[in-house]
Write a new protein. Sequence first.
Length: 282
Amino acid sequence: MQSVILGTAQWGLDYGATNAAGRLSDPAITSVVAAAVRAGIRTLDTAPGYGDAEVRIGSLAPAFAIQTKASVAEAGLGAVRASVEASLSRLRRDSLDAVLVHDWSAADQAHRMAAARELEVLRSEGLIGAVGVSPYDEGDLVAALECFSLLDVVQVAVSVLDQRLVGSPALAEVRARGGRVQARSVFLQGVALAPADHRLFGNHPDVARLRVLGNPLGLCLAYVLTLDWVDELVVAVTTEEELAQILGALEEPIPDVRWDLLASADEWLVDPRRWTAPTQGG
């Protein structure tokens, strides 16, 4: 089974299409952290763009390995080191386990090349253990393979609704070169779990189909377990009960389902960049 990484977007933002809890309180984070430790989860995924999540990690979860991001598309060339140093300060760390380019899809080639070179220098200096990108599509992955001499990790959006990267030659190449593949948005930012009365997604036929089949959360997790090219799974929760539900579902037998028939062909649904502002999570 893929190892689990705990996402922290809700630690600093009111994030997620179906997140009713909003930005988590300190007691809520403390509870989730304790549950994660008991479950053997040792890595947090965060980003400077997640509000004050990095600051809160520094004070509330100091014992975890940390994977954060650097944004480069709108910053000047040479901005990665400054971003990493600022993250180190907020997280109260001397080094980071991994840094990924967060807005790889939006960056032009010059910014991509500059970011790759800077990250590789920071890795050689020991400030970063692993470097990588967070892309959206096959073209982004191909560009990453061209820019990095050694790509340690890629974090891709994949879910039972969003199967666009299944069979990706670029993902196969990442793993062939020794890189890890992380699956993010396995619930499509909560869209796959949307109830029937959700104003934006509840009546979408592809979402409704999951409810008809039974347990959408279980289906989402079972699908990712079928992907032998996924090494790590990034999930975010708002309570320790949600974490227990996810970890329990990961232990369940994989149902006999035609997974390809559950993929959505609606690009608006599977690409959060196309959603309206109130639900867009970035």
